[in-house]
Design a protein around this ligand. Structure first.
Ligand SMILES: [Zn+2]
Length: 698
């Protein structure tokens, strides 16, 4: 035991003893002599002396006092056991005392960790003042074996580094800075640091691929006129990688800026100069990231993240980078999911925050601060879209957090519909799959019916699905499961998000998706006259307080509300709500499915009145996520005349599945959780498809 007092602890003489204060807490050691003991002991609590050495000359009573004192300091976190130090040559320990002290402050074995950094050989490539600053930063912090591959030739660098090398030499330390020439030799170094402007992007991208494949650790630095980025560090076989970050940063950027970035990466770009001070900051930051990574003292900020620096203001921010589902380099690497699933909406909300950052996020930011929050609470989430940003809006009767969770669910659902794991797909024809003993579900048995003419022999991607309520595993055409993705480029399946849902837990996701699939089924059946759409009177709606509140809001916005219960979803509930101007113009509609009749009515009415609220205050049409039906004309729904019907009883998943089974139908779940969302543990997403016996050939 080598006790070491924290350097940020202060102690004061108090009437009852010694009062100690640290950065997070404070406490009192009782006893009149406590302060005197601390004063005389503290100069020796440096981690260099063992407890036995400290107490060797004391009598038994004094020894007990010192032991009690040290134990109290350790218990409160005011001191730590510095352990045994790895031996370090005296000139090294003296020159790099500050670096060793830094490591000691945050981790164990400071000398051993520093020795690893000191012994590392690092390759530096790219060019410009950032590269020079990185080399100089490494030398200054004790990493003294550098191989430099500057694009702009060795002369300037050798000259500029001469003073650093002379200082090390004067301290009796051997440093070796080489300029091997040719392409960087990666197999003989412990890490590589690359500084690239637009003209060096292509090579950095290659380096990032190589580092992900076989190592070594890569610290990338890039810049253009508007922004400089350090990280993410790339380690062999790890995710996220540098390419993940570029996909994120480009998606959130202005489309023209993104196009220029990819053009530079693919075809090369012009050199871009950096202000001297910015370049120095970048190089130093990169060198420090390498110090953190190689000593292992603290995780680098750029492990799974990027440091963004604005060259104009010198403001810097760190953003987390999540593994990108479409990353060509690391998408095969499994991500670990925080387990278990969130236990409450609060926890889901907290975890989901990891998805939202302005430059590198899956989603960009909430932009609902300026929105009117009455009568309905309104959330709006901005996210990168295919052609510029998109803003998804959602509503809640009670809280903004409830509305934001709904916005997350819609955004996660649409994100998954576009990016669901391509690795899970198998490409084959149905006939081939059957020969292999697999169970492909014929296109025409899936709702909605869609099938290419040569459905049995056409080779297409298939995705695994599980039969809800059972253990069977089947395969479904990816085009039907993900009809808004590139899988459906031929357009055989209806481009709908019906049956797709996100939820905080697998159960929540499945319940939402199943109810949603049934609601869509019921809507199609009603449109085709195969099931009823029964009007729900206002009297029935206002029996529930929350729904009454929303109906009142519809009146306030001058919208005429029509609500229909769709019987085709039974025993689950499906409700279509339509709100139009008194003349019937600008109809908005919303479809909801659920197990509880009152909650389902409320959900449909809430969303359609939310749309009316956005029309009223913003004179705009709200985007609630990808639509269930692109061109539904609610007037096409021939409502069954007749008196209002009772709401029906609440049901559950088991009852719904049993009812489907009685009709010869089943529900198939395709899990679509993307690796970025999975890494946060906030949501699961999936698609439920209804399977029914194939209709007789026409
Ligand atoms: Zn990647």
């Amino acid at each position: 035991m080598r006790p070491k007092l924290r350097h940020d602890v202060v102690f004061l003489d108090a009437p009852a003893g010694a009062y100690l204060r640290g950065p997070d807490n404070a406490f009192l050691i009782k006893g009149r002599s406590a302060f005197r003991w601390l004063t005389s002991l503290s100069p020796y609590l440096t981690g260099e002396h063992t407890l036995a050495q400290l107490t060797a000359a004391l009598d038994p009573g004094q020894r007990r006092t010192v032991l009690t004192l040290v134990q109290a300091l350790l218990a409160r976190g005011f001191a730590k056991d510095a352990g045994d130090r790895s031996p370090l040559p005296e000139p090294l320990a003296r020159r790099f005392a500050a670096q060793i002290e830094f490591i000691d402050h945050v981790a164990d074995d400071p000398t051993g960790r520093f020795a690893r950094f000191h012994a590392a050989r690092v390759a530096l490539c790219g060019g410009g003042p950032a590269l020079l600053a990185a080399a100089s930063g490494l030398l200054r912090n004790g990493c003294v074996q550098l191989d430099l591959y500057p694009d702009d030739g060795p002369a300037g660098y050798a000259e500029a580094l001469r003073p650093e090398l002379a200082e090390l030499d004067a301290d009796g330390l051997v440093a070796q800075v080489r300029f091997p020439g040719g392409p960087p030799e990666l197999s003989t170094v412990d890490a590589v640091l690359c500084c690239a402007g637009p003209d060096g992007l292509a090579r950095l991208a290659e380096l990032a691929r190589a580092a992900h494949r076989d190592g070594p650790l890569l610290v990338p630095v890039t810049w253009d006129g508007d922004r400089a980025v350090v990280g993410p560090t790339v380690a062999a076989g790890r995710t996220p990688c540098w390419h993940c970050a570029q996909l994120r940063l480009a998606a959130a950027a202005d489309p023209a800026v993104a196009a220029e970035f990819w053009r530079h990466l693919a075809l090369g770009g012009p050199p871009a100069a950096l202000p001297e001070v910015t370049a120095r900051m970048l190089g130093n930051a990169a060198a420090f990231e390498l110090f953190r990574a190689l000593t292992g003292a603290v995780a680098p900020d750029t492990a799974g993240g990027v440091l963004l620096l604005d060259p104009a203001t010198l403001e810097s921010t760190r953003e987390r980078v999540l593994p990108h589902p479409a990353c060509p380099v690391c998408r095969e690497v499994a991500v670990t999911e925080p387990a278990p699933p969130p236990a409450s909406d609060d926890e889901t909300y907290q975890r989901a925050e990891a998805l939202v950052t302005p430059n590198a996020g899956v989603f960009t930011r909430f932009v609902d601060d300026p929105l009117e929050q009455a009568p309905l609470k309104t959330a709006r989430l901005r996210l990168p879209g295919r052609r510029g940003p998109r803003e998804v809006t959602a509503f809640d009767v009670h809280t903004v957090m409830g509305a934001r969770l709904a916005a997350y669910r819609a955004a996660v659902r649409d994100h998954a519909a576009r990016h669901a794991d391509p690795a899970a797909a198998v490409t084959a024809s149905a006939a081939e799959l059957r020969e292999r003993g697999e169970h492909p579900v014929p296109w025409r048995e899936l709702v909605p019916t869609a099938a290419p003419p040569d459905a049995d022999t056409r080779r297409v991607p298939w995705l695994p699905a599980t039969v809800l309520g059972g253990a069977d595993r089947v395969l479904v055409p990816a085009a039907v499961a993900l009809p808004t993705s590139a899988y459906n480029a031929d357009g055989w399946a209806e481009p709908t998000v019906a049956g797709a849902a996100a939820g905080g837990s697998p159960d929540e996701m499945i319940d939402r998706a199943l109810a949603d699939a049934l609601a869509y089924h019921a809507l199609l059946a009603a449109l085709r006259g195969r099931a009823e759409a029964r009007p729900v009177g206002e009297e029935a709606l206002v029996a529930d307080d929350d729904t009454a509140f929303v109906v009142k809001a519809a009146h306030r916005f001058g919208r005429r509300l029509s609500v229909y219960a769709l019987t085709g979803a039974e025993p689950a509930h499906a409700v279509l709500a339509v709100a139009a101007s008194p003349g019937g113009d600008d109809p908005d509609w919303a479809l909801a499915g659920g197990y509880d009749p009152v909650a389902t009515r409320l959900a449909a009415v809430r969303d359609v009145v939310g749309r009316a609220q956005v029309r009223h205050f913003e004179d705009a049409v709200a985007d609630l996520g990808d639509p269930v039906l692109r061109d539904l004309d609610p007037a096409a729904l021939a409502a069954t005349a007749g008196p209002a019907v009772p709401a029906g009883a609440a049901t559950d998943r088991a009852a719904v599945l049993a009812a489907l089974a009685r009709r010869g139908m089943s529900a198939l779940l395709v899990e679509t959780t993307t690796r970025d969302v999975r890494a946060t543990g906030a949501f699961r997403s999936g698609v439920v498809l209804l399977r029914r016996p194939a209709p007789a050939a026409d």
